[in-house]
Design a protein around this ligand. Structure first.
Ligand code: MG
Length: 205
């Protein structure tokens, strides 16, 4: 079986006055997660894991922080993009495993409902989605929610390169390579590294 694996991680600080969105659900809690989008730390980690599984960049490549289009955006949008990238690459999800790290609220009582919601968003069965949670013991990070995610994907068809957004980016890179080769051959200019897609380390998506 042709399989690949992807890993994703995200963190958001708690903030008063915004709804707490985790796993595509609104949770009953006095504080939400700060972020340019809805701050859904679980969906962001899964999105990065899915993109990583097919080497399609990361959430910041597609949704640069600060872009007004993604202000308060439902993070299901990011998940949908990652699902399209997976499909275009010819893969489907085998399973998703996640670990949330946060002091509160308790996730265990609602983990089943959250697994159902995430599996619905991903179009897979609930037993393909695992959501675990731990408290940040000894880390001094009670004001932060973090999430780790791994996704195993399996090949179902040949990649659909023409429709893939990451394939477009690859084409731009290849175009830059051609230009660099021409410059190097004509002017003797050393070949420089091609420009990567936009990525901001202060990603707040
Ligand atoms: Mg995020």
């Amino acid at each position: 079986m042709d399989t690949r694996i992807g890993f994703g991680w995200d963190s958001h600080a708690f903030k008063a006055g915004v709804p707490l969105r985790i796993g595509g659900m609104t949770l009953d809690h006095p504080e939400g997660l700060a972020g340019h989008s809805d701050g859904d730390v679980l969906l962001h980690a899964i999105t990065d894991a899915m993109l990583g599984a097919v080497s399609a960049g990361d959430i910041g490549s597609f949704f640069p922080p600060g872009d007004p289009r993604w202000k308060d955006a439902d993070s299901a949008i990011f998940l949908n993009l990652a699902m399209e990238e997976l499909q275009h690459a010819g893969y489907r999800i085998a399973n998703v495993d996640t670990t949330l790290i946060l002091a509160a609220p308790k996730i265990a009582p609602i983990a089943g409902e959250m697994r159902a919601r995430v599996s619905e968003l991903l179009g897979i069965e609930i037993d393909q989605v695992s959501i675990k949670a731990k408290t940040p013991e000894g880390l001094g990070l009670d004001h932060v929610a973090q999430c780790h995610a791994v996704v195993l994907v399996e090949r179902v068809q040949e990649p659909d390169e023409l429709k893939s957004m990451s394939a477009v980016i690859e084409s731009q890179r290849q175009l830059e390579d051609v230009v660099d080769d021409l410059l190097a051959s004509v002017h003797g200019v050393p070949k420089k590294r091609t420009i990567s897609p936009v990525y901001d380390t202060e990603d707040i998506t």
